[in-house]
Design a protein around this ligand. Structure first.
Ligand SMILES: [Zn+2]
Length: 283
């Protein structure tokens, strides 16, 4: 790989010269922004759940088979509070917005922590494909409406005892009376509501606007192999199919380009925050 500074300059030049910037952001980007799911942040916020259930990090804790709705919602309320409602703006997301705000940009993200909205990215330029921690749906998707969980989460946080919430706080589906779930894609019951379809349309329209002579930069941020079919593989394919596309890939563990795209990919396995600190000075 080229020297770090050389790659940093190459990448920022490509972004500054681009007609369009398509951002693809995955879990690694929010982790780099400080929303880490393991280590001290997890231990500080989930000590009682660690003791009771032996959970080892926030991500796997969301898959724990809690036996009652009271336990399940005590956990989800904590998780959603810690990662969605109590976070606020983050430096890294703000730096990213500074980098692209005067460009024709669009954000495709698998992150469900609402950070793009919280940090002021334009609503019509965001497609969060995998849901939102702030929304709830019917567990069996009996209808396609989504519901805010803000009130529930704050009340649950206040009223959690021994990793349980009171039964009268447990949400029920207003249509079928069944259980509710957080609106995060994990099975075939994931609800795609009107807003989701609107975001999907906005993304399609963004792609349609790009002409074959336009310079497009794909800025891939912290996208691993959890759900590569959403961002990583399509970005590789777009890079391969169009001579005017450049892929900038930031990933601590999997920064490498596929061989076919070697000359059109600029890879970084360095600290994401360090990269953005440098770029911010060069905008
Ligand atoms: Zn229902």
């Amino acid at each position: 790989m080229d020297k770090f500074v050389l790659r940093l300059d190459k990448a920022i030049d490509a972004i500054n010269d681009a007609d369009y910037v398509l951002i693809g952001a995955g879990a690694g980007f929010s982790a780099a922004a400080g929303i880490e799911y393991s280590g001290k942040r997890f231990e500080d916020n989930f000590a009682d759940f660690i003791e009771k259930y032996g959970v080892t990090d926030m991500y796997s804790a969301t898959f724990y088979p809690y036996e009652t709705q009271e336990a399940k919602w005590a956990h989800w309320a904590r998780h959603v509070y810690v990662n969605r409602y109590s976070v606020g703006k983050t430096k890294l997301y703000e730096q990213l917005l500074d980098l692209v705000k005067d460009k024709e940009y669009f954000v495709l993200t698998t992150n469900v922590d609402h950070q793009f909205w919280i940090n002021g990215f334009e609503d019509e330029r965001i497609f969060a494909t995998q849901g939102d921690y702030g929304l709830m749906q019917c567990e069996t998707a009996c209808h396609d409406k989504l519901y805010s969980n803000r009130e529930l989460v704050f009340e649950a946080i206040e009223n959690t005892h021994d990793c349980m919430i009171p039964s009268d706080l447990v949400p029920v589906c207003p249509v079928c009376g069944g259980n509710m779930e957080i609106n995060v894609r994990k099975d075939n019951y994931f609800v795609e509501d009107e807003k989701w379809r609107e975001m999907h349309d906005n993304y399609s329209k963004f792609l349609e606007k790009i002409g074959t002579d336009d310079r497009l930069v794909l800025l891939e941020l912290g996208v691993g192999f959890n759900t590569p079919v959403i961002i990583r593989y399509p970005f590789e394919q777009m890079t391969h199919n169009n001579p005017n596309v450049k892929l900038i890939r930031l990933n601590r563990s999997y920064a490498q380009a596929i061989p076919e795209n070697k000359d059109k990919t600029i890879s970084f396995d360095e600290e994401i925050s360090e990269i953005f600190d440098y770029w911010t000075k060069r905008i």
